[in-house]
Write a protein that binds this ligand. Structure first.
Ligand code: MN
Length: 158
């Protein structure tokens, strides 16, 4: 048993522990499943998901998150209400939150900025757009500085 254990450890080139803990609060399952696959390919992201705001708030409290991607149109409590609750809680108030909106009409940019969203992203978005958002927050994370700075005009920043 011990021999197998040590041989496995030897082939590991380095510790690939996740460097960015991301929660996606999204009620559209196919969308969520696709995103999950993308972040798994990335390999440096610890991905959490919730299909409504209530579950999302629980997850945000339980996991020490680096980033929350928050769908605006959610059942029961909407994205703005979820954000408000995140900001009211000392444990979650400093987690950057990116608004994910189904279409431009749904998103009042000034209102979102005022509410406390860091960025916003309009669906449907390209894979690169999502990866650039994630890379941007990797760069900001004090845990790691190996990733080069990325810029993408598709990623809107306030
Ligand atoms: Mn939705």
């Amino acid at each position: 048993m011990a021999a197998i254990f040590f041989s496995r450890r030897k082939v590991m080139p380095f510790n690939r522990s996740p460097i960015l803990k991301v929660l996606w609060i999204e009620d559209n399952y196919p969308n969520l499943a696709l995103v999950k696959r993308i972040v798994e390919i990335d390999g440096y992201i610890d991905f959490y998901s919730a299909n409504n705001g209530t579950k999302g708030l629980v997850s945000a409290q339980e996991n020490k998150l680096d980033l929350i991607l928050l769908d605006i149109k959610l059942p029961e409590i909407n994205g703005f209400q979820v954000l408000k609750k995140l900001k009211e809680n000392k444990e979650t108030e400093n987690i950057p939150v990116v608004a994910i909106s189904a279409h431009a009409m749904e998103m009042d940019i000034d209102k979102a900025k005022e509410a406390g969203f860091e960025d916003y992203c309009i669906k449907p978005f390209k894979m690169d757009t999502l990866l650039n958002i994630l890379n941007k927050y990797k760069n900001k994370s004090p845990k790691n500085s190996r990733f080069g700075k990325t810029t993408n005009s598709l990623v809107k920043q306030f």
